[in-house]
Design a protein around this ligand. Sequence first.
Ligand code: GTQ
Ligand code: FE2
Length: 370
Amino acid sequence: MKAEKKEPSSDNTLTLEQFQETVLQEQLTPLWMGAVGQLREPHTHIEPYLWRWKELRQRVTQSLKLIPLGDQGAERRVLTLRNPGIPVPRMGTTHTLIAAIQVIAGTEVAPSHRHTMAALRFIIEGEGACTVVNGEPESMQPRDLLLTPNWYWHGHFSEHPDPMIWLDGLDVPLVQGLGATFQENYPSPDRRQPITAPRDESIRRYSAGGLLPVGDRTADKNSPLLNFRWAQTEDRLTQMAERDGSPYDGVALQYTNPFTGGPVMPTIDCWIQMLRPGDQTKTHRHTGSVIYHVVEGSGWTVINGKRFDWATGDIFCLPPWVWHDHANASSGQRAILFSFADTPVLKAFDLYREEAYAENQGRQPVEATF
Ligand code: GTQ
Ligand code: FE2
């Protein structure tokens, strides 16, 4: 090293190319070598993609026969949906969120654990299963939305021979990226947490929205209502369908924390939206990524010029900052989409942006189909 410093001639003959090659090997990147271009607008390796329910259901049903739950099998019988831009064995439906399909049946028990990743479950089909959340069993019915927030103990059990199938949503890649993943098993020999509260107590206490028990506030950032029953959600949607919806989202409702009016969990926002017969939205884009599940009906979503036709049960993902619009394909039937997104994280740090598509009367042209 000393010798080199004594040779000014070597510094004088050093070319820019040699310099760049040298510093790259020293874990240095000159900002002029194109790094700034990455920052002008969002760039992502995440691709828009759609998983068809017919195939998902077949695979999850096969897994029911092939892998048992418990010590000799799996902790959870789950298939996670991997984006084509994410390499095996990493998890990611988008760069921040995962969607997965889970199934239990008979008298199976998925043992209790807790983790720093927040989770939601949107029930797809079946009957007679519960998720126990911090000692309280929440009964699952098709189209309910259940929450198991960050660091809440949770396990699942079935009381019915038929399989219960649901969509899991978690912020796994977000929490991994922040270096904050922790998980632990419930510390009892059988890994079952004791039941300490009546079944569906959170519904009894908190589902009335505008009317809440007195003296019950906590500093918890999560919704105290842990199960949003479909009957109430559908009733709200039906009432709102008589009004004008949003030009970009149709008749859209946010599931909210009844204490704050904000998103149900600090990292994940959940929505339900209806596209009325013949509805077709205008195109926009926003930061944040979204995962959609088709609850009912058929239609399509155009994402950056590519048309994704969907039907009941399908799941598709929206990368950040991509142009998108939705349409109901039917002139007689409603279409309903459940979705979850990382938008609370963006909004918390002033990173949420939205832009309307200006040309072509506000709707992007379709250039390809999926
Ligand atoms: O049911 O607790 O899809 O811990 C991924 C991780 C489900 C669960 C998933 C989990 C769970
Ligand atoms: Fe879990």
